[in-house]
Ligand binder design. Structure first.
Ligand SMILES: C[S@@+](CC[C@H](N)C(=O)[O-])C[C@H]1O[C@@H](n2cnc3c(N)ncnc32)[C@H](O)[C@@H]1O
Length: 273
């Protein structure tokens, strides 16, 4: 059977990125190529590579978790900014409620961050990796607007909206588009937030969290994972705990665990940085 050439990989990447499903997201081509190469490496037949790559990409982008009309929300944010910080905070709450991951956190947002900062101290700099809409919860973190908040996501319109929010809220627009698994952030920070994504990273590449966490130039990593699946029918506590423990095994890092409203919170103290 004919194997896939570099040219085939380029064409397949273009086809996916220009498809109706993904064209507006402006995703990094490197993500799609990485998935294609991974399917080839595990011995997928050339005719099956595109299908399984698309399935993996769907899980990574997780479109089922919710998306707003980004252009419309840029306009609404500008209107809210003209009305002042209270209106911007109202707008943030609406954005947080669009995406399942952040919506679930809204009722206990303040206690969620208080619990974390009691254990790691108030950070002056944060890497929010695979952030989705979480940066819109900044007004409830109790931190000053001088906090260097570096947010990373694959989805370009999402990152643009986050930077627009940072600007109108008086913060530095430090959000970036990119694949953090292929190009982990190099900016040093006090802590990294890696919320509700480590289990998807494991599905993308088993065990990849370990090197990713080692590479993050921070003192602490706050990993959160859902204690139940999306339908609430399956308890996943043991599996999630073992995911975290396996990925830090033998590294000598200190691990603390707590839980708020079905979100397991693992605080990893790397020491030094
Ligand atoms: C489940 S959501 C994360 C939610 C968010 N951390 C929270 O808890 O509110 C997954 C997000 O991670 C992004 N993502 C997934 N893999 C990524 C990668 N390799 N690099 C950057 N962003 C990624 C997706 O685009 C999506 O916005």
């Amino acid at each position: 059977m004919k194997s896939l050439s570099e040219n085939d990989i380029e064409q397949m990447t273009e086809r996916v990125l220009r498809s109706r499903k993904y064209v507006s997201m402006d995703l990094p081509a490197e993500t799609v190529k990485d998935l294609i190469r991974q399917e080839i490496a595990v011995g997928k037949a050339p005719k099956d590579v595109e299908k399984s790559m698309r399935e993996k990409l769907h899980q990574i982008i997780a479109p089922y978790l919710g998306d707003p009309d980004y252009e419309l929300e840029e306009e609404r944010l500008a209107q809210a900014a003209a009305a002042g910080d209270d209106a911007v905070r109202e707008w943030c709450l609406r954005m947080l409620s669009v995406h399942t991951s952040s919506r679930e956190r809204i009722p206990q947002m303040e206690s969620f961050y208080r619990t974390i900062f009691e254990r790691i101290g108030e950070p002056e700099s944060i890497l929010d990796v695979a952030c989705a809409f979480n940066p819109f919860s900044f007004p409830w973190m109790g931190l000053p607007k001088t906090t260097a908040y570096h947010a990373y996501d694959l989805h370009a319109p999402r990152v643009h909206l986050i930077n627009s929010f940072f600007k109108v809220y008086g913060m530095e627009p430090f959000a970036e588009t990119g694949d953090i698994l292929i190009n982990p952030p190099e900016v040093k920070a006090d802590t990294a937030f890696f919320f509700k994504e480590a289990h998807r990273f494991e599905s993308r590449k088993k065990g990849c969290n370990r090197n990713f966490w080692i590479s993050l130039p921070v003192k602490t990593i706050v990993v959160t994972l859902p204690a139940e699946n999306l339908t609430g029918q399956h308890q996943m506590r043991d599996r999630q705990r073992s995911l975290v423990e396996k990925n830090i095994e033998g590294l000598g890092w200190k691990l603390e665990e707590t839980e708020i409203a079905g979100e397991m919170i693992f605080i990893i103290h790397k020491g030094g940085r």
